[in-house]
Each structure stands twice: as structure tokens, then as C-alpha cells.
Design a protein around this ligand. Structure first.
Ligand SMILES: *[C@@H]1O[C@H](CO)[C@@H](O)[C@H](O)[C@H]1NC(C)=O
Ligand SMILES: *[C@@H]1O[C@H](CO)[C@@H](O)[C@H](O)[C@H]1NC(C)=O
Ligand SMILES: *[C@@H]1O[C@H](CO)[C@@H](O)[C@H](O)[C@H]1NC(C)=O
Ligand SMILES: *[C@@H]1O[C@H](CO)[C@@H](O)[C@H](O)[C@H]1NC(C)=O
Ligand SMILES: *[C@@H]1O[C@H](CO)[C@@H](O)[C@H](O)[C@H]1NC(C)=O
Ligand SMILES: *[C@@H]1O[C@H](CO)[C@@H](O)[C@H](O)[C@H]1NC(C)=O
Length: 827
């Protein structure tokens, strides 16, 4: 399906050094999930996630970064980032040569504000085998599998459990030498096992007896071998030897690909302590899953004898004898120090402990000793093609390889249909269009991606596909959890009502306070707006934008869950609620915060995003009165304004609406600037923007205030509680700013960035004691304040500390989804 694209594909790395017997993996995909840069581990390059997007089909790209600083090792570097999967996602690898391939899945759950990846629960399947199901991990683990890929593609499918997510820190798909796993092995207790070529294998334990950890960088097949100390049952009975130089690979025998000399060159042996009458066993015990057969590979190499024919010993598994009178000299071509291995398939395990035992063979009078150099315990897929411990015993409905499609289908259907169907559809359609236009029918077209390493907005937004978002992961909640949090939608917990539905205060069991917006199921626009809001808020995260914590789409519900804003709306602090009035400085700071949020929306992405419903009721205040802009895409339509017989409904709130937009239906970010100008007046005058109870000339705040502003008498109509508290210069700057925002034509209005600058200036004028002529100050201040402006931009771009990045799958399909909200670049 994607062969042509894959041939061109960058990750397709041919040459990897240090394959000592000349083995080069034909296929080698190493992906550093979530990372914007390549990471080298043990000489191998894990490629930046952004370069591997075309391998992945997923509904939403969520990239996570650990908040702590990376450890010093290159492995911990690899584990600093992860990709989060919110729905079933598939990596499709083009396989150039069939045969056994490693699939290594790296998991390092880290915490970030509000979400622990250790709580993620998910399944992974590949090549028709279930590798993991109902999987979660609280610690860093690498899961290694290998399977014989017989078709040209290998799909690795990641499926979050219902109401959960999945994550992955790194992924490897690498071909391995065909000779490593043979088709047959001895079967315990007797006979031969045939069919390993068709078997999927999970490495359960890979042990270097009597030696230290051998890391992937020191193994030709990038395997990791761990020491055996913690598995030895009676430590006093065992000791270790090391003589790596004695290892003598002979042709026809095992190679360094079988196991490196660092494994064959160390062993654990009987601690006979010079006593020629010693007769005891050395025992190791390993945890295994019940219900599976295991392939156990014993690695031997006589590095302890001075000459041939000195060492004879027995090998047991649990209570069964594997070999009696094992004579390595004859088994290894009569070469001392030549490696030898023995494969054994166990019967289906009934116990979760597996014992491996070596003991002396004493019948021939040789000095009592027994050794083991290395051990691999590999789980074989069960009869339904699963390697997952939990499905091993009772293969419930979905676990079987043949059912994978069904599970995936169902999960995709249930999990994603509501939220993502449109998105995926657009994405596919867009892709088809591109394919068609380029005359390519069966390849993947590279998407423009952020290949750089920089985390600043500048670089991100210059190519516009990666958007930085803040701390919280948006998350799909269960309806019962939401019910619980809102006291079953207690009417007395309602904190707001909008066109879309009611907003409830809520608190989850862990104490997280939230605002829960429950959509009215009968609202026609509801679903589209619901989707828009989720998409918007999951992609645009900023200190001055209200963040979405999650959503719930169970039972046709359309519920959005936001961070709780302690101090409610800006509007409620201005009039009508009896709250204590805000000081001028507080008001300026709130306006500055809101302006920052809007500035980010307008400029933080390649295409300006237009809020369309800027008003004081959509500016929320947290416990520190920090302003955050809320309500994207779910504009409360309020009075219907669509009287223009134009098909596109003009959206926005009466009193704030840009007259130019109203006239021409041309949406630009300057419409938000206009609305924000109205908010500025509302903040200054503390009255509703439309007040029908007032005399005619006062009804519309914008008109009325502009009359006074033009006369230079704005001070006459300000909030009585501010009288005498605003420095004239500050008020003048503020009034001018509002006036410019309210210019009749968009082109005459300042950008949100200019507005922000002017408000900062108004705050400076209020705070600072500046002697002399204000006009002169104005001029001087520009120079003086430019660092401030720089500070602002630096501050707003330094999002590198935030923990998520979300990139659109395809910025063009994004623009379709948001065609109403996103200004096209050309405009
Ligand atoms: C990352 O690795 C890929 C594949 O090896 C290579 O093509 C790309 O140039 C590398 N990118 C960087 C930034 O090093
Ligand atoms: C993979 O399976 C095919 C078909 O069953 C077999 O011919 C081939 O030898 C196998 N290869 C390996 C490396 O297991
Ligand atoms: C070797 O044995 C000694 C003493 O029993 C022990 O302290 C040491 O950790 C062992 N080394 C390895 C690599 O197992
Ligand atoms: C490989 O082994 C050598 C010595 O045994 C060690 O110094 C080196 O750090 C190891 N390399 C890796 C990548 O583990
Ligand atoms: C070693 O273990 C085997 C298997 O459990 C047992 O049959 C044998 O008697 C043991 N030998 C000694 C000396 O304990
Ligand atoms: C492993 O899966 C394959 C394919 O589904 C099957 O033919 C084989 O019997 C399974 N192995 C075991 C040990 O059940």
C-alpha cells in the first residue's frame, strides 16, 4: 500500500555498523516518538517523530515531553518524549524482505500536570498477533517481540482501552538474522517442537550469567542482557567467572549474533570451594506468565576449564532433566571456549515461576562443577495468536489475531466516530486529492512537518504544523465520572448558561475543580461546535486561553470539561453581580492578559484563528485574576443577526459585532480587534454594551463612548468607582487604543499585538512617575519600551517549557475543519 513512499523514506536506514558477522538488517525503523530531534542510543539513530509521520495513521498527533531535565544517558534522552494516542492508531512499515523482525516497544511513563501516563491502558498488536493487551506500566520498560513477517507490510496497531489513552516513547522495527531462531527445538519433557518460524515470540528474560549488563550498544542485534544475581536462589552455592578472552567462536557454531562474547565470556558456576565431594545444584528462578509455552535458550561456553574434557554437568528445568552428562568439549567441535547453545520448548506453564538448574555430573569422577553463561526465556504466542498474559488463559472475544480487525473496528467506531470522523474524512479526502493531483495512486505523500529541533514559536509557526500546547492533556471522560463530579448535574451547581447549554461547577474525586459545559443535545449547531471547540482547545494552548481538560461523548452527550476559573467572567466583575469593583491596574492587567490570548490566536499559528465572539463574558479570571480567553467555536449566538440573506451566518454577540463583518461577511482577525475595543470600553465604563433601558443615545456603549472620546471627554463616562484613580495619560492612551480598535474599517484598526503594546504602555503610564510633557514621553517611551515589547514576545514564545505539542495531521485539512474560523493565508 505504501511501498513507493517508503522506498523514499528517510528512516529506512540500511547501514548499521558493528554487525560483526556481516549481518545488516534490511529493515530498520527506529522512531523516537514525540521528539522533534533525532536521538542516538548505543550508536543507533532514533529518528525524530516528525520524520516518521507518514508511517502513522492516527486521528490526532499528541506529543508529550517530560517536564524534568533529561538524565545524562542517551537512553534517558530517548525517554524524555512520548507520543500519546487517543484512538486506535496504526504504524505501517514497508518490509523489504520477509522474515523475523524485532518489534521493540519502549515505555517510560512520566507525569505531567494532571495526567499520569502510568494510568494509560492499551493494547498493541502486530502482524495479526496480540503483543500486549490491557497493558499499563508504572515503570520504564522495553517490551521486545519478534515475529516472522511474510507480507510486504507490517502494521503495528495501538489501541487505547476504553476511556484511556496509549503512549509510546520509542519504537523499533528491525529485521534480524534468519538463523537466530530455527524452526525446531527440543520439547520438554520429550520430543521435538516444530513451528517456531510461524510463532510470535516475546523476550521475557535475557540474562548474562556471572557478568554485568550488556547494553544494546554492545550487542550486534541491539539486545540487552541483564545480570543474573537477583535470580539466583541460593547465593552461597554459586560463584562467577569471567574470561572473555577465552571465547572462541568457531565456524559452524554460534556467532556473536547468537550472543556476544561478553555473555559467553562470563558464567555463574558451582561454588565448590575446592571440595571435590561437592554435590549440589545451582538454581535460578524466573517469573513467567501462566498458560504459555516458552522457548528457553541456554548459552554455554567452557571458560572455566584449563583443558578439554574436564567439565561434565547436568541441566534441569523445574523437576525435569534437560541433559545429563553435558560434555561441552564434544558439543563444541573439541575447541575449548567454543560457544554452544541449547533450545528447549517447555510445555504450557502451570506455575508463574520457572526454575533453571545446573548441577554436577559426578558418575565419571570428574571435578564437580556446573556452569551457565547465558539464558534467554522467550514466550511463544498461544493458540489464539496472543502473547498477552491476560488473554492467555481465557481468550476473551477480542484477543485473537483473527479478531484484531474486529476489535480495532469496534474501538475505532465507538471511540472516534463522533469526534474524529469528520477530521479523518477530510484528511483522507485531502490526501486523495493530492494523490490524484500528483498522479500517484498508492504512495504516501510526505506531509510538511516540523523537522527542526527548536521549540520556539518562531520556528514552529514559520512552517506551521506544530502547535505548542500547555500542560493538561485533554481527555475522554466517562459519563458517570462527569455525573459524579457535578453531583449529577445539580442545578444549584450551574455557574453559567449559554446558547450551547449549561455550565456546571464540578469536582473530581482527586479534588480537581473543573467547569463542565453540557451541550444541549437538541442544539443543531451543537455537534459541529463541540468538535470545533475540542479541536481548537486541544491544539491551542496558552497561559491566556482557558484550557480544556477533557470531554465526554458517551450516550450522545456533548460535554466539555475545562479548568475551573475561580473568579468567573470579567463581565461579572464589571457590573450586575455586586462583586467588589476592580482597580484600574487590575483591569489593565486583565485586558493585557486577554489581549495576549487573542494575539496568540491571531499569530500563534500559520493561519490566524479568529475567535469571533470576544466579549467580557468570554474572558474568565482565575484565582489570581489572571485573564483567560474562553469559548471557541461554541459561540453563544444570542440574538440572531443573520438578517442579511447571506448564506453564511454572521456569528458573534450583539453589541460587540464588527460592523464591517456585519456588512461584508468578510472575516478577519480585525473583527476580534473591534470586539476587543468594545470590551475595553466595557471595562472602563462598567456598563452593558447594549442597555435598552437607557436613553436612545446611550443604548450602544461603543457609539456613546466614541462620542465622548472624540471630544476628549471620555473621563466623563467612566466607572464612578474609578473617578480620580486613573492617571490622565493612562486614560488617554487607553481611550485612543479603544478608539483605534473601533475604526470603521478593519484596515484602520491595529493588530492585537499593537493593542497589547498600547495597553502595556497605558499600564506603564499609570504605574510610572514620568515627569514632563506626556507627548514627549510618548515619543521617548517608544524607545524605552521596546525592550518591553521584546520581553513580551519572548515570553509568549518561550513555550518550550510546556509539555505538549500537538501537530495537525495535515494543516490543509485543518483549515477545512476550521474554514469558518481560520483565515486563509492569502487574505
Ligand atoms: C535524523 O535522521 C534521519 C535518518 O537517519 C536523517 O535523514 C535526518 O537528516 C536526521 N535529522 C537530523 C536533524 O539529524
Ligand atoms: C517465515 O515464514 C515463511 C513462511 O511460513 C517461511 O518460509 C520462512 O522461512 C520464515 N522465515 C523465518 C526467518 O522465520
Ligand atoms: C560475582 O560474585 C561476587 C561474589 O559472589 C559478587 O559480589 C559479584 O556481584 C558477582 N558479579 C557478577 C557480575 O555477578
Ligand atoms: C560496551 O562495553 C564496554 C566495555 O565492556 C563499555 O566500556 C561500554 O560502555 C559499553 N558500551 C555500551 C554502549 O554499553
Ligand atoms: C538437582 O536438581 C534436580 C532437579 O530438581 C534433582 O533431581 C537433583 O536431585 C538435584 N541434585 C542435587 C545434588 O540436589
Ligand atoms: C502461534 O500463532 C500461530 C498463528 O496464529 C499458530 O499457528 C500457532 O499454533 C501459535 N502457537 C502456539 C504455541 O499456539
Amino acid at each position: 500500500m505504501m511501498r513507493a513512499g517508503a522506498v523514499l523514506f528517510l528512516v529506512w536506514v540500511l547501514a548499521i555498523s558493528r554487525f560483526s558477522d556481516g549481518y545488516y538488517p534490511r529493515d530498520s525503523y527506529l522512531i523516537d516518538c514525540g521528539s522533534s530531534s533525532n536521538t542516538t542510543v548505543g550508536g543507533r539513530v532514533f529518528v525524530a517523530d516528525s520524520l516518521t509521520l507518514k508511517l502513522l495513521s492516527t486521528s490526532l498527533n499528541v506529543l508529550a515531553r517530560a517536564s524534568g531535565s533529561a538524565g545524562s544517558s542517551d537512553v534517558s534522552q530517548l525517554y524524555q518524549t512520548a507520543r500519546i494516542f487517543t484512538s486506535t492508531s496504526t504504524y505501517t512499515f514497508s518490509i523489504s524482505q520477509g522474515g523475523r523482525h524485532w518489534i521493540r516497544l519502549h515505555f517510560a511513563p512520566f507525569d505531567f500536570n494532571g495526567y499520569k501516563m502510568s494510568m494509560a491502558n492499551f493494547a498493541v498488536s502486530a502482524g495479526g498477533f496480540v503483543l500486549l493487551s490491557d497493558f499499563s506500566t508504572t515503570s520504564t520498560v522495553m517490551k521486545e517481540f519478534s515475529l516472522n513477517v511474510t507480507s510486504g507490510t507490517l502494521r503495528v496497531i495501538i489501541t487505547p482501552s476504553s476511556n484511556s489513552i496509549a503512549f509510546l516513547n520509542a519504537l523499533e522495527v528491525v529485521s534480524l538474522s534468519d538463523t537466530l531462531i530455527q524452526d525446531s527445538a527440543s520439547l520438554l519433557p520429550s520430543g521435538k517442537y516444530q513451528g517456531l518460524l510461524q510463532t510470535a515470540i516475546e523476550t521475557v528474560w535475557r540474562i548474562n550469567m556471572g557478568g554485568p549488563t550488556v547494553s544494546s550498544g554492545n550487542d550486534t542485534l541491539s539486545r540487552t542482557w541483564i545480570p543474573d544475581q537477583s535470580f539466583i536462589v541460593s547465593h552461597n552455592l554459586a560463584t562467577n567467572s569471567s574470561n572473555i578472552g577465552a571465547v572462541n567462536y568457531v565456524s559452524g557454531g554460534p556467532t556473536p549474533d547468537t550472543a556476544p562474547s561478553t555473555v559467553y565470556g562470563t558464567c555463574t558456576e558451582m561454588n565448590s570451594a575446592g571440595n571435590p565431594n561437592s554435590n549440589f545444584n545451582v538454581t535460578w528462578e524466573f517469573d513467567v506468565n501462566v498458560g504459555f509455552q516458552h522457548l528457553v535458550r541456554f548459552h554455554f561456553c567452557d571458560i572455566v576449564s584449563k583443558a578439554l574434557n574436564q567439565l561434565y554437568f547436568n541441566v534441569y528445568m523445574d523437576t525435569s532433566s534437560v541433559v545429563t552428562d553435558l560434555d561441552l568439549s564434544t558439543l563444541s567441535f573439541n575447541v575449548l571456549g567454543a560457544p554452544y547453545y541449547l533450545d528447549l520448548v517447555t510445555s504450557i506453564s502451570a506455575s508463574n515461576k520457572m526454575r533453571v538448574i545446573v548441577g554436577p555430573y559426578t558418575a565419571n569422577g570428574a571435578y564437580p562443577n556446573a556452569i551457565l553463561n547465558g539464558l534467554e526465556i522467550m514466550k511463544l504466542n498461544n493458540s489464539v495468536g496472543s502473547l498477552s498474559g491476560d488473554t492467555g488463559v481465557s481468550p476473551s472475544g477480542g484477543a485473537g489475531g483473527n479478531n484484531t480487525g474486529v476489535i480495532v473496528g469496534v474501538v475505532v467506531g465507538v471511540l472516534c466516530s463522533v469526534i474524529f470522523a469528520g477530521f479523518i474524512l477530510l484528511y483522507c479526502r485531502r490526501r486523495q486529492q493530492r494523490l490524484a493531483s500528483q498522479g500517484l495512486s498508492k504512495s504516501w505523500i510526505p506531509l510538511s512537518t516540523n523537522g527542526g529541533t527548536s521549540h520556539t514559536m518562531g520556528s514552529k509557526y514559520s512552517n506551521g504544523t506544530t502547535i505548542t500546547v500547555a500542560s493538561n492533556l485533554w481527555y475522554r471522560f466517562q459519563f458517570v465520572a462527569v455525573q459524579d463530579a457535578t453531583n449529577n448535574f445539580d442545578e444549584s451547581w450551574v455557574i453559567g448558561i449559554g446558547g450551547f447549554g449549561k455550565v456546571y461547577r464540578g469536582e473530581f474525586v482527586d479534588g480537581t475543580k473543573v467547569a463542565v459545559k453540557r451541550g444541549n443535545v437538541h442544539s443543531q449547531q451543537g455537534l459541529a461546535e463541540f468538535r470545533t471547540e475540542i479541536e481548537m482547545l486541544s491544539q491551542f494552548r496558552h497561559r491566556h486561553l482557558v484550557s480544556l481538560i477533557g470531554y465526554c461523548d458517551e450516550k450522545n452527550e456533548m460535554i466539555l470539561i475545562y479548568e475551573y476559573m475561580e473568579n468567573g467572567t470579567l463581565k461579572s466583575h464589571l457590573y450586575g453581580s455586586g462583586l467588589p469593583s476592580l482597580s484600574w491596574k487590575e483591569r489593565l492587567e486583565i485586558c493585557i492578559g486577554a489581549a495576549r490570548g487573542l494575539h496568540y490566536l491571531h499569530t500563534g499559528y500559520a493561519k490566524a484563528v479568529i475567535h469571533r465572539d470576544v466579549k467580557s463574558a468570554n474572558i474568565l479570571l482565575d484565582e489570581n485574576l489572571m485573564a483567560k480567553v474562553a469559548d471557541f467555536g461554541l459561540s453563544k449566538t444570542g440574538p440572531e443577526i443573520d438578517q442579511t440573506h447571506v448564506s453564511t451566518a454572521v456569528k458573534g454577540s450583539f453589541g460587540y459585532l464588527d460592523p464591517e463583518y456585519f456588512r461584508r461577511q468578510q472575516l478577519t482577525e480585525k473583527s476580534d480587534v473591534y470586539s476587543f475595543g468594545v470590551v475595553l470600553l466595557e471595562v472602563l465604563c462598567a456598563r452593558p454594551v447594549i442597555d435598552l433601558t437607557l436613553p436612545r443615545e446611550k443604548v450602544n456603549l461603543a457609539e456613546w463612548a466614541m462620542k465622548w472620546q472624540k471630544k476628549g471627554q471620555l473621563v466623563q463616562i467612566i466607572d464612578p468607582t474609578l473617578v480620580g484613580k486613573i492617571k490622565p495619560d493612562s486614560l488617554r492612551k487607553y481611550g485612543e487604543t479603544a478608539e483605534k480598535c473601533l475604526a470603521d474599517f478593519g484596515v484602520d484598526r491595529p493588530s492585537m499585538g499593537d493593542v497589547l503594546w498600547n495597553l502595556e504602555y497605558a499600564l506603564q503610564l499609570q504605574e510610572a512617575v514620568i515627569p514632563g510633557d506626556p507627548e514627549e514621553n510618548s515619543a521617548n517611551m517608544i524607545g524605552e519600551l521596546s525592550p518591553l515589547v521584546n520581553n513580551f514576545s519572548r515570553e509568549d514564545t518561550s513555550i518550550s517549557t510546556t509539555q505538549f505539542e500537538v501537530s495537525s495531521v495535515d494543516d490543509l485539512s485543518m483549515s477545512k475543519v476550521f474554514s469558518q474560523l481560520v483565515k486563509s493565508e492569502g487574505r
